[in-house]
Design a protein around this ligand. Structure first.
Ligand SMILES: [Zn+2]
Length: 54
């Protein structure tokens, strides 16, 4: 992740070390995680259907 000290999503300056490591502010990181979880969930759903189809 690019750690230029600004949030990758909204461009706000990151003040704490963890946010800098992530490259997201706390709020944007949560949104990012939720989007990622949703993506994984949908991918798993497809996998289940593929498994049932065999
Ligand atoms: Zn942000």
């Amino acid at each position: 992740m690019g750690s230029n000290g600004a949030c990758a999503t909204c461009g706000r300056k990151l003040i704490d070390k963890k946010s800098m490591e992530r490259g997201f502010g706390p709020v944007c990181y949560e949104k990012y995680l939720k989007a990622k979880q949703q993506e994984d969930f949908e991918r798993n759903q497809i996998t289940v259907y593929e498994a049932l189809g065999e």
